[in-house]
Ligand binder design. Structure first.
Ligand code: ADP
Ligand code: ZN
Length: 852
């Protein structure tokens, strides 16, 4: 049997593919290298994941080419991506593709050039059989620049990449990627330097004599002198462009100096990293007692070199970030590396600057807003060990750092750690824990409001719980007040009645809606007068059509699932999107017998309008997805607000997190209900988290902070505990509710979505899949719900149906049965006639964070 290789390909099939390694590639293949293989009638790019000794597969085809001279994936990354593939039921090749750094693609045009001076000599020295190499060199000699495709045709080499990689490593040629938008290459810059001998000669002789001795014109000696001066000021070689710009000289003058041997021109690689201005030396302070205790625990775990997860539960402003920084310092001192995951939303230059201040060039950022070139550089720096700390959002968990000692997951409860919109639908926090356990690293999950899942793991001692209950500055927690908007409305209604009686004006047909209470209005006015900052939160997502009683705030819930029912416009009914339960909307409120039943949906834009009317002279900054889409706009707004250039910062959850502005003394929540009433079993938890977070923005200094929360659900348990800053008791209540209804952490959920243009087809697919899941053997372990309409039942003309499966943890702690059932159902589905119909799409999401 010829040598074989197993290749993971990005195709929707649950296995790898075996290929023959042809003799000419046997030197070039290694585990983790990307290869080009024939697949069907086309070529496909995959990754070598194994070298089997035999196979039963007939008609094997050979690998065409090897793309990498060094493996893109280490064994460690192969193991991790393999786990992701198994756990999230995603083809391994797709996971690998997602983990492939941007800029390493092969689709672009690669251009090859000669790198040796004397080609004739080189060609003459080649052994006779090196015909392909000879052809390549000769072609390049004639034509200077040729694409890989052209060279392949001329040399008729099948594995042109291997050949070219080999010739590159011998220094004969160079490859450039010609399409910077999709491909990246190291960026080089021309630099100029003045040899030290020339420098000292110039000093000794003085300007005039030197000009005479070197035979220079006025302009030439002037440039030389300036270059020497600039060289003395900067330890690095000078950039040619910059030098010419600064001196106002020209390239021809510079070239003349070069010809005389007075300057040296060369190139160096520039690292494209986002630049951060305003990096100040880090403040020096001693950690307080809580920080010190947490750090000691983490340090001894790092020293022990074994896997361990900490849940660092510290109130906002308790100095968690400082603990991460000190822990990283320790990790670097032991020669290891670290990854810091932050939620998309808080990857602000503010955060990055703080780490840069401590670790300078040891840190790099990996972020989707960076250019492809920047990302490519960051990846290479990490891979080559030239940086030791990588900060980034969820995808940074794939950073190719070796010898990993620590992974920090800041704000571990954040939903943005879950990739929900593309395969693989992984959760970066959970992947972090797996990566650490595979490599013996330590994990710190940090949060002021941990997820119910992580908190449960901590109190059941799967994780080690570290508590930091006090703020570092001894600042008091802000006072929190709740405004019951139902009462507010009644007050307004009464005032209106009085006004009508006194003035004789007709009573308005519809009550005017105001989203700002009297109390909030007064408090905002006070802050504007005192030039203190106000943050207002209105977390309205695109979707929030609940039907609500205008008088008491009553909202209908599903009898079976305890989640808010959503109003469905075309059919004019209320629906539970978990179980499919349908109900007519009430015409009279079942709670207060009121008959003003209304839809509710209020966004930041409407609130901005109301604020402008109330405070015409104030400066308002609105921060939401619409106003922060431009690069850097988020940062700019925050700086403006921090500098006191605006009175009110109004926004969605973006304003709730991580901001640290001492001038803010008032935080207002326009409606706590937008979050609370989302039809999702995590709605209460998210409300508690969001309100606690945003409350933490008030009073970050010696100025006392105040928080005003407006709601129609004033006696909801999540509010009650926010009011008292009572985390443990909120979770006690929340976990009770989760246990009763078999929600995570007491179960594992998988969501299977079907979508397509014809509703009956979509329904049929979903129903079939649910049947495949309902295997007798699994009954004890699993609960299958649905099919039911998704919360957004139709999106972009596609009908959406959900099947939800819950795996009970007490029966199936590892989730093995759940995955087996899913795999089995998926197999039956794939093999049935249904799968051939392209009109319905199936999406499988394990551990979904949103159920909408
Ligand atoms: P968290 O991440 O918990 O919100 P931070 O680490 O950002 O808290 O700390 C809040 C502020 O307090 C920061 O400005 C930080 O520089 C400062 N700080 C942190 N630890 C200390 C300390 N031990 N003494 C004084 N100031 C500290
Ligand atoms: Zn229901």
């Amino acid at each position: 049997m010829p040598p074989l290789a197993d290749i993971a390909l990005p195709v929707p099939l649950d296995h790898t593919f075996t290929y023959i390694v042809p003799p000419e590639l046997q030197q070039s293949v290694s585990l983790g290298c990307r290869v080009i293989v024939p697949f069907g009638r086309k070529n496909s790019t995959g990754v070598i994941v194994g070298f089997p000794s035999s196979t039963n597969v007939k008609n094997l085809r050979p690998i065409h080419d090897v793309l990498d001279s060094k493996p893109t994936f280490s064994e460690e990354m192969l193991k991790l991506t393999r786990w992701i593939s198994d756990y999230y039921l995603t083809p391994w090749g797709e996971v690998l593709r997602a983990a492939t750094p941007q800029g390493l693609g092969r689709e672009g045009k690669r251009v090859v050039q000669l790198a040796v001076e004397n080609v004739e000599e080189l060609i003459a020295s080649l052994p006779k059989r090196a015909t392909k190499q000879r052809t390549i060199l000769q072609s390049l000699q004639k034509q200077k620049r040729l694409s890989l495709g052209q060279l392949q045709r001329r040399s008729s080499a099948k594995s042109i990449h291997v050949l070219i990689n080999e010739m590159t490593s011998k220094g004969w040629i160079t490859i450039e990627d010609d399409v910077p938008r999709t491909q990246a290459k190291p960026k080089v810059e021309k630099v100029v330097s003045v040899p030290t001998a020339v420098q000292s000669r110039l000093k000794n002789l003085g300007e005039k004599a030197a000009a005479g001795e070197f035979g220079l014109t006025k302009k030439q000696i002037a440039l030389l002198i300036e270059l020497v001066e600039m060289t003395e000021l900067s330890p690095e070689p000078l950039s040619e462009t910059l030098a010419l710009k600064k001196t106002g000289s020209s390239l021809s003058i510079l070239k003349a100096l070069q010809t005389k041997g007075l300057v040296e021109l060369s190139t160096r690689e520039v690292i494209r990293a986002a630049t951060f201005d305003g990096i100040e030396p880090p403040p020096v302070f001693t950690l307080n007692e809580h920080q010190e205790r947490a750090l000691q625990e983490i340090k001894s775990a790092v020293e022990a070199n074994t896997y361990k997860t900490f849940l660092l539960h510290g109130v906002t402003g308790s100095g968690k970030t400082q603990v991460y920084i000190e822990a990283i310092r320790q990790v670097l001192a032991t020669g290891k590396t670290a990854i810091v995951l932050v939620p998309e939303i808080s990857l602000t230059p503010q955060t990055v600057r703080r780490f840069k201040a401590h670790f300078a060039d040891d840190v790099t950022v990996m972020h989707s807003q960076m250019s492809i070139g920047e990302r490519y550089d960051a990846w290479r720096l990490a891979n080559d060990g030239r940086v030791k700390v990588v900060i980034g959002p969820r995808s940074a968990i794939f950073a190719p750092l070796k010898n990993l000692g620590l992974i920090v997951v800041d704000e571990e409860q954040e939903a943005s750690y879950k990739q929900f919109d593309a395969s693989p639908r992984y959760h970066a926090r959970d992947v972090a824990i797996v990566r650490a356990s595979q490599t013996g690293a330590v994990v710190i999950l940090g949060s002021a409001t941990p997820s119910a899942e992580s908190y449960y793991n901590a109190i059941t001692e799967k994780y080690c719980l570290l508590e930091m209950p006090e703020r570092v500055d001894n600042a008091r927690l802000p006072t929190i007040e709740i405004v019951d908007m139902t009462k507010e409305r009644i007050r307004r209604y009464d005032a209106l009645k009085q006004e009508v009686q006194q003035t004789g004006k007709p009573f308005p047909k519809r009550l005017p809606h105001s989203s700002i209470s009297k109390l909030l209005e007064q408090e905002v006015a006070k802050r504007i007068a005192k030039k203190e900052g106000v943050i207002l939160l209105q977390n309205r997502r695109g979707f929030s059509h609940v039907v609500e009683c205008f008088e008491c705030g009553f909202v209908e819930k599903c009898d079976r699932c305890e989640v808010t029912l959503t109003y469905h416009t075309p059919k004019k009914h209320l629906r539970c999107h978990y179980c499919g339960f349908v109900k007519k909307p009430p015409t009279i409120c079942p709670k207060c017998q009121g008959f003003e039943i209304r839809f509710h949906a209020f966004g930041t834009q409407q609130v901005e309008g109301e604020l402008e009317a109330l405070f015409p002279d104030s400066r308002i900054l609105r921060m939401d997805l619409d106003t922060t889409s431009g690069r850097g706009s988020h940062d700019r707004m925050l700086r403006q607000f921090g500098a006191g250039e605006a009175d009110i910062l109004l926004g969605t959850q973006m304003v709730a997190k991580g901001l640290d502005f001492p001038r803010v003394t008032l935080v207002g929540v326009i409606s706590a209900d937008t979050q609370m009433l989302l039809p999702d079993f995590r709605a209460s938890e998210r409300t508690f988290q969001l309100l606690t977070q945003v409350a933490g923005r008030a009073g970050r200094s010696n100025l006392a902070g105040e928080v005003i929360i407006q709601t129609m659900q004033a006696d909801h348990y999540s509010l009650k505990h926010v009011l008292l800053h009572d985390f443990p008791n909120f979770y006690k209540e929340e976990l009770e509710y989760r246990r009763e209804l078999d929600y995570p952490p007491f179960s594992r959920i998988a969501l299977i979505e079907f979508k397509g243009a014809r509703e009956n087809e979509v329904q049929h697919h979903a129903k079939k899949f649910a049947e495949f899941l309902l295997d007798e053997k699994h009954k004890k372990y699993l609960i299958v719900l649905g099919p039911a309409d998704a919360a957004i039942p139709k999106l972009r003309n596609q009908f959406r149906k959900h099947v939800v499966i819950k795996g009970l943890r007490r029966e199936d702690p590892s989730g093995a049965y759940l995955r087996a059932a899913l795999r089995n159902a998926k197999k039956q589905y794939d093999e049935s006639a249904l799968r051939k119909m392209r009109s319905v799409q199936m999406i499988l999401d394990v551990d979904p964070v949103g159920m909408m």
